[in-house]
Design a protein around this ligand. Structure first.
Ligand SMILES: CC(=O)/C=C/C=C(C)/C=C/C1=C(C)CCCC1(C)C
Ligand SMILES: CC(/C=C/C=O)=C\C=C\C=O
Ligand SMILES: [Fe+2]
Length: 570
C-alpha cells in the first residue's frame, strides 16, 4: 500500500471525528438563488450585456462566448460589503472569454509567447458561498503576447469536482476547507468509505500551472488526482494527468520543481511520518522513487506546499504546521483546517542528495511557517567544496494566522485596519558539516517590502543556483492582503516597490528576455484586480521595476495564484 493511501485508511479509522454536516448555509452574495457555478456556454446563455469596451472575439467558436462575466455584488452573508470589496474576491460568472486587450504603453517586441495564470476564481455553488480563498474552482487566465499586441482569455478548468458542482448545484468533493454535506447516515457512511480510496478528495487543480519539458501544460493542486493537462492556446481541459508508476499517494507538494528535463516532487507519508522524494523525466508519466526522509518530530509530517532544490540536492522542509488526520475527517473546519500547530515537535530542514537519495544533512531550525520557497543554492568554499545549503522562503514569522487572513470573509471585509500579518524573506543556512542546527534569518529588512511577502518568482535560469533577485507581492500598510509588487535585491538588501491604490496584484512572474545576460533583464508580469472593478495584465521592467505597459481586460479579474510562461516556438 502506498504511503498516502495507508494514511487515508488511518483517517477512516478515526471516523468518530467526522460526519457533521457543515452548519453554514445562508444566502451568499445577495441571496441570489440562481445556481452560481458558471453555466456551460450556449447561444443566449449570456446573462449580462457586454461591457461598453466590448472585446473582440478572436477565432470565435461555433457559439458566441463573449460577455462581461456576471457577478453578484454583496458579500456572502447577504450584506452589501461596500466599496472596499475588491473584484479580486468576487467569483467569475462566465465560464470562458477570449479577446484582444486594449493596451496602454508599449509591449516589448521580444515578448512572444503565452503567460498563464491558475487560481481559484469561483467561490460559490448553488446558493452556498465558500469559506476560504483556496476552496475556489480553478480559473485559468491567459495573456498571449505577439508583435506588441496582447490577447487575453480565461476559462474554468473542467475538473470532476467543478463538473459535479455544476451538475448537482452543490459541493461534491472535499476541498481545502469544504466538505460535501451528507444528507443522511447512509450517505455519510458512503463518504467515509470513499476516504479509503481518496475518491472523495477534490481534483480542483486551482494552485499551480507548469510547462513540462515535453511541452505539456499541467495544472496542479495538493491532491495528486488534481493534476490536469490543459491546452495553453484554448485553455481547454485536455485530460487527467495519470501517473503510471506505483508510488501511489493521495497528496503531494502543490509545487513540483520543473525544468526542461525533469520534475521533482514530494509525497508526504502520514502513516510513517516522512516524505518520499520522487523524480519524473520529461516526456514520461512515471515518477521514480529517489529517497525517503523520516520526520524527526511530530505525529505527522509538516505541510509541504512547496520545497526547493539546488543543482545536486533536494531540500525537504519539516515545519511545525503538520497535517492532521483527525482534521481531515472533520466536516466542520478547525482553526487550522487540515493542519495542526505542533511547536513542541520542532522544525527541521533535511537535505537529500539527488543522485544517491542519501540524506546529507538534517538540522533543527527555528520555527517557521511558509507556503512558498523562493530558491536554494549551494554555498561553496574557496576550493569549491559545498559547505552549506542556502534556502530562501516567504516566511510568515512562524505565525499560522496567515491561513485565517486568507478566509474570504476577511479578504472581503477590509475597512482600513492593518490586519495582514508580517512576513519576510526567510533565509535558511543548512550546514553540511554535521552540525545539528541550521540558521533562519531575514535576508533583508522586511520594512523594505512593507513586511508583506509571498507569491514569488525568480529568473528560471537561476533555479537551484546562486541568485540575486526575487519578484514577489509585498505590502503597503494598512492592508489585509499583499497589495504591492516588489523586486527584492538579495545582494544590496533593498527592494523596489510598485503600488496602485486599492489594487490587488497577483504573483509577478518573471520572463527573461531571450539572449539576456543580466539576471533581471526581462519583464515581470502580474494580473491586477483594480479598485474600480477592472482588471489588467501589468508588465513591469525587470530592472527598473517601472511600468512598461498594461493590457486591459474588459472585465475585472478574480485573484489568482501561480503562473508559467509558454514561449511561442516551444
Ligand atoms: C490553493 C492552495 O494553495 C492550496 C490548496 C490546497 C488544497 C486544495 C488542499 C487540499 C487537501 C485536501 C482536499 C484533503 C487532504 C489535505 C489537503 C492536502 C489539505
Ligand atoms: C496568497 C498567499 C499568501 C499571501 C500572504 O501574504 C498564499 C497562497 C498560497 C498558495 O498558493
Ligand atoms: Fe502556492
Amino acid at each position: 500500500m502506498s504511503p498516502a493511501m495507508s494514511s487515508l485508511c488511518t483517517f477512516a479509522a478515526l471516523s468518530g471525528a467526522a460526519g457533521r454536516a457543515p452548519g453554514r448555509r445562508g444566502s451568499p452574495q445577495g441571496g441570489n438563488k440562481k445556481r452560481a457555478v458558471a453555466q456551460p456556454l450556449a447561444a443566449g446563455a449570456m446573462t449580462e450585456a457586454p461591457a461598453a469596451a466590448a472585446a473582440v472575439v478572436i477565432a470565435p467558436p461555433a457559439r458566441p462566448v463573449v460577455t462581461t462575466p456576471r457577478r453578484r455584488e454583496p458579500g456572502r452573508d447577504g450584506r452589501d460589503s461596500g466599496a472596499s470589496e475588491n473584484v479580486a474576491w468576487k467569483s467569475i460568472r462566465q465560464e470562458r472569454w477570449e479577446g484582444t486587450l486594449e493596451l496602454e504603453g508599449e509591449l516589448p517586441l521580444w515578448l512572444d509567447g503565452t503567460y498563464l495564470r491558475n487560481g481559484p476564481g469561483l467561490w460559490d455553488v448553488g446558493d452556498y458561498g465558500f469559506r476560504h480563498l483556496f476552496d475556489g474552482y480553478a480559473t485559468l487566465v491567459r495573456v498571449s503576447f505577439r508583435d506588441g499586441q496582447a490577447v487575453g482569455a480565461h476559462r474554468q478548468i473542467e475538473s470532476e469536482a467543478y463538473k459535479a458542482a455544476k451538475e448537482h448545484g452543490k459541493v461534491c468533493y472535499r476541498e481545502f476547507s469544504e466538505v460535501p454535506k451528507t444528507e443522511n447516515f447512509l450517505s455519510f457512511l458512503g463518504q467515509m468509505a470513499s476516504l479509503f480510496s481518496g475518491s472523495s478528495l477534490t481534483d480542483n487543480s486551482n494552485t499551480g500551472v507548469v510547462r513540462l519539458g515535453d511541452g505539456r501544460v499541467l495544472c496542479l493542486t495538493e491532491t495528486i488526482k488534481g493534476s490536469i493537462v490543459v491546452n495553453p492556446d484554448t485553455l481547454e481541459t485536455v485530460s487527467k494527468f495519470e501517473y503510471t508508476d506505483k508510488l501511489g499517494g493521495l497528496i503531494h507538494s502543490a509545487h513540483p520543481v520543473v525544468n526542461d528535463t525533469e520534475f521533482w516532487t514530494l509525497i508526504p507519508d502520514l502513516i510513517r511520518p516522512g516524505y518520499v522524494v520522487a523524480r519524473m523525466e520529461a516526456g514520461s508519466n512515471e515518477r521514480r522513487f529517489v529517497g525517503r526522509v523520516d520526520c524527526r518530530g511530530g505525529p505527522a509530517p509538516g505541510w509541504v506546499h512547496s520545497f526547493p532544490v539546488t543543482e545536486n540536492y533536494v531540500v525537504v522542509p519539516e515545519m511545525p504546521l503538520r497535517y492532521c488526520a483527525k482534521n481531515l475527517l472533520r466536516a466542520e473546519p478547525t482553526p487550522l483546517y487540515k493542519f495542526e500547530w505542533h511547536l513542541e515537535s520542532g522544525s527541521f530542514m533535511h537535505v537529500m542528495c539527488k543522485a544517491s537519495g542519501n540524506i546529507v544533512a538534517s538540522v533543527e531550525v527555528p520555527p517557521f511557517v511558509t507556503f512558498h520557497f523562493i530558491n536554494a543554492y549551494e554555498e561553496k568554499d574557496e576550493e569549491g567544496r559545498v559547505t552549506a545549503i542556502i534556502a530562501d522562503c516567504c516566511e510568515h514569522n512562524a505565525d499560522t494566522s496567515i491561513l485565517d487572513n486568507l478566509r474570504l470573509h476577511n479578504l472581503r471585509a477590509f475597512a482600513g485596519q492593518d490586519v495582514l500579518t508580517d512576513a519576510r524573506v526567510g533565509r535558511f543556512r543548512i550546514p553540511l558539516d554535521g552540525s545539528p542546527f541550521g540558521e533562519l534569518d531575514a535576508a533583508l529588512d522586511p520594512e523594505e517590502h512593507g513586511r508583506g511577502m509571498d507569491m514569488c518568482s525568480i529568473n528560471p535560469a537561476h533555479v537551484g543556483k546562486e541568485y540575486r533577485y526575487a519578484y514577489a507581492c509585498g505590502a503597503r500598510r494598512p492592508c489585509n492582503f499583499p497589495n504591492t509588487l516588489t523586486k527584492i535585491d538579495l545582494l544590496d538588501k533593498t527592494a523596489k516597490n510598485w503600488y496602485e491604490e486599492g489594487a490587488v496584484p497577483s504573483e509577478p512572474f518573471f520572463v527573461p528576455r531571450p539572449g539576456a545576460v543580466d539576471e533581471d533583464d526581462g519583464v515581470a508580469i502580474s494580473m491586477v484586480s483594480a479598485k474600480d472593478g477592472s482588471g489588467y495584465a501589468l508588465v513591469l521592467d525587470g530592472q527598473t521595476f517601472q511600468e512598461i505597459a498594461r493590457a486591459k481586460f474588459p472585465y475585472g479579474l478574480p485573484y489568482g495564484l501561480h503562473c508559467c510562461w509558454v514561449p511561442r516556438d516551444k
